[in-house]
Ligand binder design. Structure first.
Ligand code: PRT
Ligand code: ZN
Length: 284
């Protein structure tokens, strides 16, 4: 029994999806133009597809699970389960208009022509806000639509904002924030679910490690109590004596989010020689 996973063949999610599987220790040969690859060391078969097709394949059970942008998933309105958010492919679906146009609220879109590749999400958004506008569905290069007179506004994905900027547009509404999600067919059998659980355990270990750093530092023994209070650790920090009398080395783990606050606090309490190193996996 193998679990079948669908990932994007080429595009923005391809590299990160493959990297995630490889970081989970899953090896496969994703050579050029391959549509299918079998993992050598994990019961997984990898399908390489266009992202737009992934929700349908997973709903139909052609693939058991898949990695796709939440934006695509919602647009396609397929009946699948979101297993987890994966923390990459982050972007937002926004409405933008030419930068010299005035804009106060979403009501200003009334009667306007809006070009988008996301007609379903846009339609829902406009209805929710009681705004009637004309939706022009186009499949690519949405950002040029206002410039060529095809539309008054666009609804498209934005990440850095540079595409909007170079096309003389400004972002006026953020409709929703998206990232890559792991989706699953709703009718997985026990054996498939077991493989998925095993995969999820690995994904969590990899993701947890990414947000966490290993920290080593030296401190005089009379400062140990204060420093240990600052460092959470997995259970508690490890303390080892240094060859230099009256000094110890302290080892612990840190969460990336409060990283700088903790480092500053440690220094203020007498810590020296602070080393921070990445963690490859965290098995908790
Ligand atoms: O060939 P296939 O159909 O598989 O790929 P695709 O061309 O439809 O999708 P692709 O590879 O462009 O994007 C795949 C997924 O990546 C999307 O569904 C999103 O979930 C996610 N993602 C993250 C993005 C972006 N960021 C993004 N910036 N997808 C597209 N963009 C585009 C956007 O449409 C615009 O043209 O990038 C431009 C804006 O980028 P900035 O940085 O200039 O703001
Ligand atoms: Zn696509």
């Amino acid at each position: 029994m193998k679990l079948k996973i669908a990932i994007q063949k080429s595009g923005r999610l391809n590299e990160d999806s493959i990297r995630l599987l490889k970081e989970c220790g899953i090896e496969f040969n994703n050579g050029l133009n391959k549509l299918k690859a079998e993992a050598y060391n994990f019961p997984l078969e990898v399908f390489l597809l266009r992202d737009d097709d992934i929700p349908q394949y997973v709903e139909d059970g052609v693939a058991d699970i898949g990695i796709v942008g939440e934006n695509v998933l919602i647009e396609k309105s397929k009946k699948v389960k979101i297993v987890d958010h994966l923390g990459f492919g982050k972007c937002r679906l926004s409405i933008a208009i030419p930068k010299d146009k005035k804009y106060k609220s979403v009501k200003d879109l009334k009667g306007k022509r809006i070009a988008t590749s996301y007609p379903v999400i846009l339609d829902k958004y406009l209805k929710k806000n009681g705004v009637k506008a004309e939706i022009h569905e186009i499949s690519g290069s949405v950002e040029i639509a206002p410039g060529i007179g095809l539309a008054d506004a666009i609804c498209d994905l934005v990440s850095s904002g540079s595409t909007l900027f170079t096309n003389g547009l400004k972002e006026v509404e953020v409709m929703f924030k998206s990232e890559a999600v792991l989706i699953a067919n709703k009718g997985l059998n026990k054996e498939q679910q077991k493989i998925l659980d095993k995969l999820m355990f690995r994904i969590h270990s990899v993701r947890k490690a990414k947000n966490t750093k290993y920290i080593l530092l030296n401190a005089p023994n009379n400062k140990l109590d204060a420093i240990c209070k600052i460092l959470p650790g997995m259970k508690s920090p490890t303390i080892l004596p240094l060859a230099k009398k009256g000094w110890s080395s302290i080892h612990s783990v840190l969460n990336e989010n409060d990283f700088w606050d903790i480092i500053e606090n440690l220094k203020a309490h007498g810590a020296e020689g602070i080393l921070v190193v990445p963690i490859e996996k965290m098995i908790i």
